[in-house]
Design a protein around this ligand. Structure first.
Ligand code: AMP
Ligand code: GLY
Length: 425
């Protein structure tokens, strides 16, 4: 089968790596890809939101399956576009249509969906410029800290946790009246703060049945000891030791089943991944957010533990036969350490030559922000590489991935040396 992956990060590199292991793969294309994805397939210089060019490319290369990595093309309707054209009817798209993508595209929609289906989540209310004053009154009645969320996509930056009412009111004003996050914050969700430990659970669904993929924990802050600014993710671990069978059963019964059934009941077609961000509050799971895609760098730790053929599973999603598909997960632990450009998540330089990747033997180096310039691999983004090691124990996986992240060289390299060590006893 010929397959096209849409995206260019570490997540898409992990998809390319995993798909390239399948005997069912004929040709793999990645649009636009990065310096590392070229190892598994052919990079194609098409923007992720250029639906027409993606479609023409699929027709030209006889692509049968399109896997969409990031949320933006899904929220903008890439899948709907493919369904709208008869000449593309034979091409399956993994990733929900616009309506399903609202689970990530609108916090208000996703919170209301959870309420309709009795899915545990923090209490909330949503406000716009029209009922701004009501919002202020609502805020004043809540307990601190209080969480403010831009309703729309805000590149992972639209969530503010406020420790005083003054801060909360000022932020609420900035979000709504000064468009702090552009149109994304014209509606703001005010939400109860949940105290607990975060983790993520991933689900693959064809809209009828589902497979619960391995759990993972992501490390979002730039600094060691979870200090400093939020990033896209500095590392990940799978499985999550505290997410034992009992906890995962609660997640399945209280969250996953009602989510998939709820989509079905509301006639919202959904083929693809659901990434459920959870808070473990005293042993009970609460949904913090849904994403309609896989996480980055969680994908690197999740896919490397899946032993079944990924093309087979995704084919099951497209043809509504997921239930029949074999699905096996390795009991080993995967750890991923992300190497970033100095200065990230603020300003950083690009174009630094990357050396020594070939000296890494016991980890997989997934490229993220890299490109090829005059035959050399250079940095081209904030998150540059994700180094993943799969080992018998959590300790070995962490040690190996961290040591291997240290073997790679480029000017300004930074990585956290404490990823996952909080999970060791
Ligand atoms: P989100 O973009 O919704 O994932 O939120 C970003 C981060 O903010 C999450 O990963 C949590 O760490 C934190 N967060 C979001 N909502 C809540 C909440 N209700 N209670 C506590 N922390 C939250
Ligand atoms: N690592 C978090 C995300 O992909 O959104």
């Amino acid at each position: 089968m010929n397959i096209l992956i849409v995206g260019s990060g570490g997540r898409e590199s992990a998809f390319a790596y995993k798909l390239s292991q399948s005997p069912r793969l004929k040709s793999l294309f990645i649009a636009p890809g990065n310096a590392g994805t070229g190892k598994y397939g052919e990079n194609v210089s098409i923007h992720v939101n250029d639906f027409e060019a993606l479609a023409e490319f699929c027709l030209e290369k006889e692509v049968k399956m399109v896997i969409v990595g990031p949320e933006e093309p899904l929220v903008k309707g890439l899948h709907d576009y493919f369904l709208s054209r008869e000449d593309l009817a034979h091409i399956g798209v993994v990733g929900p249509q616009k309506q399903g993508a609202m689970l990530e595209g609108s916090k208000e929609f996703s919170k209301e969906f959870m309420v309709r289906h009795n899915i545990p989540t923090a209490s909330f209310a949503a406000f716009t410029a029209e009922n701004f004053q009501e919002g202020i009154e609502y805020l004043r009645k809540q307990e601190l800290p209080i969480v403010l969320k831009a309703d729309g996509l805000a590149a992972g930056k639209g969530v503010l946790i406020c420790n005083s009412f003054q801060e909360a009111e000022e932020s609420f004003h900035k979000m709504i009246h000064e468009k702090q996050f552009g149109d994304a914050s014209s509606t703001v969700v005010i939400e109860q703060f949940l105290s607990g430990i975060e983790l993520s659970v991933f689900v693959l669904t064809d809209g009828e049945s589902y497979k619960v993929l391995p759990s993972a924990k992501d490390y979002k802050r730039i600094g060691e000891g979870d200090q400093g600014l939020n990033t896209g993710g500095m590392g990940s671990v799978s499985p999550v030791p505290f997410a034992d069978d009992e906890f995962i059963k609660k997640v399945e019964d209280r969250i996953i089943k009602p989510t998939v059934d709820g989509l079905k009941e509301e006639n919202i077609p959904y083929k693809g991944f659901i990434f459920i961000g959870l808070m473990n509050v005293g042993g009970d799971p609460y949904v913090i957010e849904y994403n309609v895609r896989m996480g980055d760098p969680e994908t690197q730790s999740v896919l490397t533990r899946i032993e079944s053929d990924l093309i087979d599973l995704l084919d099951g999603v497209i043809s509504n036969t997921l239930e029949e598909k074999e699905y096996k997960v390795s009991p080993k632990t995967a750890a991923t350490v992300v190497c970033v450009s100095g200065g990230y998540p603020g300003d950083y330089v690009k174009g630094k030559v990357i050396d020594n990747i070939e000296h890494v033997e016991d980890s997989i180096v997934f490229h993220a922000g890299t490109s090829l310039e005059n035959g050399e691999i250079v940095t081209s983004g904030g998150r540059v590489l994700a180094v993943t090691s799969v080992q018998e124990t959590l300790f070995e996986a962490l040690q190996q991935a961290t040591a291997d992240a240290g073997r790679i060289f480029y000017a300004g390299k930074y990585f956290r040396k404490d990823i996952g060590f909080d999970l060791l006893d």
